[in-house]
Ligand binder design. Structure first.
Ligand SMILES: [Zn+2]
Length: 293
């Protein structure tokens, strides 16, 4: 009698749990294909990238955007938007420069108006200036970063974090309802995409964890400039808080589960460590097969 009761209860609970089990399948996070797209490069001092490094040696740093493609929904997300305004081209003289929007179209067939979202890791010109190249994208940035650097009328509130033209651009995008401000650390802003703060490259710079078929990939952006930062546990040279930066780098490896899936912001070696799918484009992770040459 007792066993009949137990088995009846089991049956009832199985039926009761069924909708929850289906719901769990339905809301499963998408898995992204993730790429790195280099749109320029320039020699830059190692001592400006790695704390304590000797003065003199140069690194041919890559300027990069990281597209994420969710093949099931068609959503195309960029981590960072690069730069294109002429003033930066004139002052930095980047080599082999291609507008980030053109590099994405040429390398991966991503048209500018198909980009649905852009996650800005921090407001520096080389990561944010290109945000207005993508007319339909929603711009995601930390609230604390935005409000620390950009005034209500697009003025620069604190120097060193945002270029004046980019502050104007940000204010315009916000007025157009295209900016989503993120409230702090460890936020899943889109299914399968979680952002983290504490890297302290700028006031509230963030890094991004991305669910892929190969595991979680962490796009460090400038919270870790080079593999040398991560491998030798050295803070970035340009940080507001070296201890916080080192803690963030350690956490990135924990989130990814392996240092191999943490992607530094400017290291040219990213473009030799991962398989090339087009000139200047590598596939970091995901289910998509590399196109046949
Ligand atoms: Zn940078």
């Amino acid at each position: 009698m007792v066993s009949l009761l137990i088995s009846t209860l089991r049956l009832i609970s199985a039926f009761c749990l069924l909708p929850f089990a289906l719901a769990a399948v339905a809301v499963q996070s998408p898995r992204y294909d993730i790429y790195a797209v280099r749109f320029a490069h320039v020699p830059y001092g190692l001592s400006s990238l790695v704390a304590g490094a000797e003065r003199g040696p140069q690194v041919d740093i890559a300027f990069t955007v990281w597209p994420l493609r969710d093949t099931s929904s068609g959503r195309v997300i960029l981590v960072d938007a690069g730069f294109y305004r002429d003033k930066f081209i004139q002052s930095w003289k980047p080599q082999d420069f291609v507008r980030p929007s053109e590099a994405l179209a040429k390398g991966l067939g991503i048209a500018p108006d198909t980009v649905t979202d852009i996650i800005i890791t921090h407001s520096h010109w080389d990561h944010s200036d290109g945000a207005d190249l993508f007319p339909k994208a929603t711009i995601w940035i930390q609230k604390a970063e935005f409000e620390y650097y950009v005034g209500a009328n697009g003025e620069v509130l604190n120097r060193g974090g945002v270029d004046a033209d980019d502050a104007t651009m940000f204010a315009g995008l916000k007025a157009a309802g295209r900016v989503k401000l993120i409230d702090g650390d460890n936020q899943e802003i889109l299914p399968g995409i979680r952002v983290y703060t504490g890297g302290k490259h700028t006031f509230a710079s963030q890094y991004v964890g991305v669910a892929t078929a190969d595991g979680t990939v962490v796009v460090a952006s400038d919270n870790a400039y080079l593999y040398k930062n991560l491998d030798e546990k050295l803070a970035i040279a340009q940080t507001l808080d070296a201890a916080s930066n080192l803690a963030a780098q350690k956490r990135m490896v924990e989130i990814a589960g392996t240092p191999a899936r943490v992607i530094p912001g400017h290291d040219p070696a990213v473009f030799s460590r991962f398989p090339a799918v087009a000139p200047g484009v590598v596939r970091i992770a995901g289910a998509a097969k590399a196109p046949r040459p």
